[in-house]
Structures are given as structure tokens and as C-alpha cells.
Ligand binder design. Structure first.
Ligand SMILES: [Zn+2]
Length: 317
């Protein structure tokens, strides 16, 4: 029997996706369940087991020899546990052990969702071929991960690169994480929308107050909407420049819903980056949109699992 596939789980606050992925990052089978996020931990685990059951029913299942999990965080990969902010029933939940048991003992690799997306972009997306990269997800929150020296750098607990919670405004607003002036508080979608509304932006007749609606308004030249995106871009640029200065990344990849805003975000971002990334060794830094779509979490989890296999050739992940 060939064992040329890897199983992957992408666990978030709204859905639990599962897939069988080949050595080129292509999804050969997939399934998905809603996350019963407000229910107790065992009920959430049952949904995971249903996803695993769907995968195990595939005729391809026997070709999978390892399983990767990308989970909403925080995660603790050293302990094999997860405590997703949006899944209160799971606090220090022993996900690795439970998934291993549910699959009859497959080797399991756990990474956080920001690290998973980084693995996917490095393997098959915008960071391909870059040995030193920061990949970010800018949506409801702001997460990220690092590739250093050609390898994924999850850190001891799997949370390295969590750029959303570095402070870029020393006396800024308190952040739910306990710090102040975090990148997330200035650059996440809800915060872009919140700031625009507070500064007098009026939504259209449809009443849409999402960051995407602010982006539409900015595209039409609404000065308040433009200013809110410029402020978000400034925060992202400061975080990216700090990262580049610390570890010499040469590319920053931005995905997530806000990352889809296009020039409304990227034009002021590149301008602000020139203001903050000033030393000679960071001036070559480029910032680009993510290339991986909604499957990035699954593909990244697969990349992490592939790295477990002794015969792996997955792009140095
Ligand atoms: Zn924070």
C-alpha cells in the first residue's frame, strides 16, 4: 500500500474541515462539519471524530500515514493541547492524544492556524522559494507565522510569529490580550470598521458596516474610510518592519479578508513600510497578498504532517 497522502484537520471557531492531501498540496478528499463552539468540550470532540470518520470512509484513507492539525489558538504544541479563544469548552484540551486515539494511532502533528497558513504559503503560495518570510492573516483577528532559514519556525509552543499581539502604539488602547496598542487593535477587520464608524463614516443603504464595506468606500475616495485603512496599514507596517529588523525576513505575505482589500491596503502599507523599514538590510523587503485560498489551513496542516515523514520532500517545511 502506498502511503503517499497525509490527513489534515483545520479546526476553527466556525468549522472543522478535514482532507486527504497529496505530496503536491492537492486535496484528494475533503469533508467539513460546523464547530459546536458554544457546547462542552466532548461535543466539540465528537464533531472532530465525525470529520475523521468521514475521512476514514474514503477509499483513499489507507494511503495516509500521518495526520496534521492546524487549530485556532492558543495552542501548546509541546503539550499537544489547544485552548481556542472561540471554543471555550476546550481549555488545555488534549487534542493530539484524542485524535491519535480516534485514528488508531496515526502520528499527529499539531500547529497553530497562523503557522499552518505560513506553512501553506511557503510550500505552495506567495512565500514559495523564500527562506525568510513572515506570513500574516488579517481578518477578525491578526495572526501569523515565520519561516526562518528555509524552515517553518513555530517556536516551542507553536505560537511564534503571532504578530497581532505585538505593541506598535505604546500608550494605545488596551487589548483583550492584556497589553496595549497591539497590531490587532489597529488592523483587524472589526477594528478598521469600528474606527471608521467612530470617525464619522456612514455605511451605505444596505447598512453593511464590515471592513469590506469600508474598503469599498475607500476605493470610492471616502476620506474617513481611506484614513482607517491608512492607520491599519501603518500598524501592519510597523509590525512587519520590526520583524524584518529582528530576523531579516525578505517577504511579508498578507492574507485573510482584510488582505483582499487590494490597493486600499497595500498602497499605504508599502508607503508606511518605507517609513519604518529603513536600515539597509530591510530595505529589500517586499509585501504581497497571500496566494492560498480558503484551503490554506488544510494544506498547511498537511505540510506540517509531511515534515514528520522520514521520506519527506515537502519544500523544507
Ligand atoms: Zn494584544
Amino acid at each position: 500500500m502506498h502511503t503517499d497522502l497525509v490527513a489534515a484537520l483545520d479546526i476553527g471557531g466556525t468549522k472543522i474541515a478535514g482532507a486527504l492531501v497529496d505530496g503536491h498540496g492537492r486535496i484528494q478528499a475533503r469533508t467539513q462539519r460546523a464547530t459546536p463552539a458554544r457546547q462542552d468540550g466532548e461535543t466539540v470532540m465528537q464533531a472532530v471524530e465525525q470529520v475523521l470518520g468521514d475521512l476514514a470512509a474514503s477509499p483513499l484513507w489507507g494511503r495516509a500515514s500521518v495526520l496534521g492539525i492546524g487549530s485556532a489558538g492558543p495552542v501548546d504544541t509541546s503539550a499537544g493541547t489547544v485552548s481556542p479563544v472561540n471554543v471555550p469548552g476546550w481549555r488545555g484540551f488534549p487534542l493530539v492524544e484524542r485524535v491519535r486515539a480516534a485514528t488508531g494511532g496515526l502520528p499527529v502533528e499539531l500547529i497553530g492556524d497562523g503557522v499552518a497558513i505560513t506553512a501553506a504559503e511557503h510550500w505552495q503560495g506567495a512565500a514559495r522559494g523564500h527562506d525568510n518570510a513572515l506570513c500574516m492573516v488579517v481578518s477578525t483577528g491578526v495572526g501569523g507565522g515565520l519561516v526562518l532559514g528555509g524552515r517553518l519556525h513555530p517556536g516551542p509552543t507553536g505560537n511564534a510569529g503571532h504578530i497581532g499581539h505585538i505593541s506598535v502604539d505604546l500608550d494605545g488602547e488596551p487589548c483583550p490580550c492584556g497589553a496595549r496598542g497591539c497590531v490587532e487593535g489597529l488592523a483587524s477587520g472589526p477594528n478598521i470598521a469600528r474606527r471608521a464608524l467612530a470617525d464619522g463614516w456612514l455605511p451605505g443603504p444596505d447598512g453593511d458596516t464590515s471592513a469590506a464595506a469600508v474598503a469599498d468606500a475607500a476605493r470610492r475616495g471616502d476620506p474617513v474610510a481611506v484614513a482607517s485603512f491608512e492607520r491599519a496599514a501603518q500598524a501592519l507596517a510597523a509590525g512587519i518592519a520590526a520583524t524584518a529588523t529582528l530576523v531579516e525576513i525578505d517577504i511579508a505575505v498578507i492574507g485573510g479578508g482584510v488582505g483582499k482589500a487590494g490597493d486600499v491596503l497595500f498602497a499605504p502599507l508599502r508607503k508606511a513600510l518605507a517609513d519604518y523599514a529603513t536600515l539597509s538590510f530591510v530595505q529589500r523587503l517586499t509585501v504581497v497578498p497571500a496566494q492560498m485560498g480558503t484551503d490554506a489551513g488544510l494544506v498547511g496542516a498537511a505540510a506540517a504532517a509531511l515534515a514528520l515523514r522520514p521520506d519527506t520532500t515537502a519544500a523544507g517545511v
